[in-house]
Structure formats: structure tokens, C-alpha cells
Design a protein around this ligand. Structure first.
Ligand SMILES: Cc1cc2nc3c(=O)[nH]c(=O)nc-3n(C[C@H](O)[C@H](O)[C@H](O)COP(=O)(O)O)c2cc1C
Length: 384
């Protein structure tokens, strides 16, 4: 079958075939997924949160070997990093109160993580300096797209413009979206409460049109609970130019997930994807598990970012390193949206994108069925 067309202004802006951006997912969207999505006509985005400047540089090379199409890098630039400017990782760790360190020891005993285990995984996101070095790598490599998963890109916009790098800012409310307008980013993601990963408090359906209206004429990509062609059409109807989707890709062979994580998503109901601060200290949606319960129902409220993640990283990393054993696999951090029942079987990236476009085009061609009358409300959609 000939490939269907669904083209919006966002496609022209980013140089992609379909208005589907695969969202940055730190620790889960690495070069294989980025390459697969970009090759399939969307925009693949590397989740930069688990990288160092050196590994990020290597990953960019790997992506460029795998595809000549545009791709993005997503970095976390939380404003709270400014509060810890000049802090080393050790100094940050010393800022964690003793009662939290004691509780972490208790959790190690509970989840059979050795008392003396220290993660060897280096990441740069802890410090402002490390984060700036990551941005420098993106600038030096003139990556096609740079996204700020948390925080703002304002201070690097001039350099991005000079290198032809397109920028994406993420907003979970109108106030944050307006900060991205002030920074003059190229695309704003309106990310609703339904989303997997770090998320805000406003539902996608209510949020998207409010951000679309507020940021006009900046193009908006809708995010949060969009997992099929119906979701894409809904996003377009709300005024978005495309979608920014993470959960949609979690059952593909190219995501950095264990098979156990995929099985648990397939088995999950929409009520199992809960909001918790238990892993990173920021509100994030993920599958409920014994680790989230230990914080959500535990004696201490989670610390803020980045201290909480600094506290929990050893348990998180030990679990990943031993995820072939089910007792550790079940405490893996598994972010996913509320659209869990739409994520019900493993599928290759290309099939996902083709099916979403196919379904969206069919709905747009046939129109919306009018209940009872057998008629359809149709309209010729001019997307571009
Ligand atoms: C597994 C997973 C990991 C995520 N990690 C990040 C991250 O590191 N940085 C970020 O900006 N957003 C992260 N997010 C949020 C996504 O960028 C995106 O906003 C979200 O997936 C959109 O909603 P959806 O999951 O309903 O598609 C993550 C989401 C998921 C599902």
C-alpha cells in the first residue's frame, strides 16, 4: 500500500515526513530508538539525562551513522540546578539529611541491594556545569533539534540559531509555555497530566488548546496519553501541529526496556500508571511498584530534585544491572502514560508510525460518525 500523507507545518519546520516527535526519555530512548523513529518518518529524540558529554558525543555519532534524517537531543535543564551552582556531586550528597540516608539504607535491605554498592554510572545532569557541557556537545555537533525536557533554553538560543539548531520547550501549563515564547523557541510541547514521565497537573484535553491560543503563532506539539491515530487527530483538532509521544514507543524492540517492563505495561490498567516523586523527587507518572510505594506510603516525603535522585540512584542502578532477576526487574522505574490499555502488544517502530498515520488519515477522510443517523460529519482537512 502506498504510504499515506499527513503533513503539517511542523513537518516542514523540523524536516520530517509525519508530525510525530518521539519524546525524549532519559535512560530509555537511546540511539537505536532514535534511528528507528527518524527512519520511519518521525523525529527520533535521544533522552540525554543518562549521558555524560563524552557518551553523548559518541551517541550523536552513532545516530548519524544510522540515519541521515533529522533527530533531536532532549536535556533536563531544571531551574533548581541554579540553586546548586558550583556544587560537586559529593557536596550535593552531603546536603542530604541523615534521616534520608538512613531510610535509603533501610530500602537497600528491603530490596536486597548490598549496603556497600555504589553505582559506577556517570551522568552529567547533577550539576549546572555538567549540564552546560552537555549543551556544548549539542552545539559543537550542530544537532538538528535540541529540546529542554525540564527548564528553559533561553541562554543558549543565540548559539542554537547561529548553528541552525531548532529548539523545543516543554510546558505543562500556560505560564511555562509563555517562558518558552519569551525565549523564542521554535516549537512548544503542551504536555498534559496524562503523560508518562515528569508531568504537570492539567489534563491534555484542557491544556493543549489553552497553550495553542496563548503561544500563537508558535507551533505546538501535543503530549500526554496520545497513543494512536485517534489521539493524533484529537491533537490536530485542538490546534496542535503534531504530537510528542513517549509511551507509544515503549513496546518496540528499540526502546531501552526489559521484556519484564514491557510485560507489566501490557498487563497494566489505566489506574496503575500513578504519579509519584519516589524516584526523582519531581512528580512523574510511572507504573506503581514496591519502590514507589515505599516513598508514597513511607515515613518521609521525597526530597526535591536533584537530591532525591542522588539518594535513590544506587538502588535504581543496582536494579537495572540485575534486571535479569525478577525481584529487581519489578522495582525498575517504568514511566508510562495513562493510555496503558492502548499499549497492548509489542510492535516495531515503523508499524506504529504507519498505523497511527493510516488511522488518522482515515478519520480525517471519513469524518466523525454521527451517532444514530449513520451519517458522518466530514470536512476537507487542509493541514498544510
Ligand atoms: C519512559 C519515559 C521516560 C521519560 N523520560 C523523560 C526524560 O528523561 N526527559 C523528559 O523531558 N521527559 C521524559 N519523559 C516524558 C516524555 O518526554 C513525554 O513528555 C511524554 O512521554 C509524553 O506523554 P506520553 O507518555 O503519553 O506519550 C519520559 C516519558 C516516558 C514514558
Amino acid at each position: 500500500m502506498a504510504r499515506r500523507k499527513l503533513h503539517t507545518k511542523l513537518c516542514d519546520l523540523l524536516g520530517i515526513e509525519y508530525p510525530i516527535i518521539q519524546a525524549g526519555m532519559g535512560g530509555f530512548s537511546d540511539p537505536p530508538l532514535v534511528i528507528a523513529v527518524s527512519e520511519a518518518g518521525g523525529l527520533g529524540t535521544l533522552g540525554g539525562a543518562t549521558y555524560t558529554p563524552e557518551t553523548l558525543d559518541a551517541a550523536i555519532r552513532e545516530i548519524r551513522k544510522g540515519t541521515s534524517k533529522p533527530f533531536g537531543i532532549d536535556l533536563l535543564l531544571p531551574e533548581s540546578l541554579q540553586d546548586y551552582a558550583g556544587f560537586s556531586k559529593q557536596k550535593l550528597y552531603e546536603a542530604i539529611p541523615q534521616e534520608y540516608r538512613d531510610y535509603e539504607k533501610e530500602l537497600r535491605r528491603k530490596f536486597a541491594v548490598p549496603e556497600d554498592y555504589v553505582t559506577q554510572r556517570e551522568v552529567a545532569l547533577w550539576t549546572l556545569e555538567g549540564t552546560k557541557a552537555m549543551i556544548e556537545v549539542c552545539l559543537e555537533n550542530s544537532v538538528p533539534v535540541l529540546a529542554a525536557g525540564l527548564g528553559r533554553l533561553g541562554w543558549t538560543m543565540t548559539e542554537c540559531r547561529a548553528r541552525g539548531i531548532k529548539t523545543i520547550g516543554i510546558g505543562a501549563n500556560v505560564k511555562m509555555a509563555m517562558k518558552h515564547v519569551e525565549d523564542q523557541v521554535d516549537v512548544i510541547v503542551a504536555q498534559g497530566y496524562d503523560a508518562g514521565g515528569h508531568t504537570g497537573t492539567i489534563g491534555t484535553l484542557a491544556l493543549v488548546p489553552q497553550i495553542v491560543d496563548a503561544v500563537k503563532p508558535t507551533p505546538v506539539a501535543a503530549a500526554g496519553g496520545i497513543a494512536d491515530g485517534r489521539g493524533l487527530v484529537a491533537a490536530l483538532a485542538l490546534g496542535a501541529e503534531g504530537v510528542w509521544c513517549g509511551s507509544m514507543f515503549l513496546l518496540t524492540p528499540d526502546v531501552t526496556f526489559t521484556e519484564g517492563q514491557k510485560d507489566r505495561i501490557i498487563a497494566a490498567t489505566e489506574r496503575d500508571a500513578v504519579i509519584t516523586k519516589g524516584y526523582t523527587g519531581k512528580t512523574a507518572r510511572q507504573l506503581r511498584n514496591p519502590m514507589t510505594e515505599s516513598w508514597d506510603k513511607g515515613p518521609l516525603p521525597p526530597l526535591g530534585w536533584p537530591l532525591h535522585l542522588l539518594l535513590t540512584e544506587h538502588i535504581i542502578d543496582y536494579a537495572f544491572e540485575h534486571s535479569d532477576e525478577s525481584e529487581y526487574d519489578q522495582i525498575l522505574i517504568t514511566p508510562v502514560s495513562q493510555a496503558t490499555r492502548l499499549l497492548n502488544r509489542r510492535k516495531p517502530v515503523k508499524d506504529i508510525i504507519d498505523d497511527v498515520i493510516e488511522e488518522a488519515v482515515r478519520i480525517l477522510d471519513e469524518g466523525v460518525p454521527l451517532k444514530g443517523s449513520g451519517d458522518h460529519v466530514t470536512r476537507r482537512w487542509k493541514l498544510h
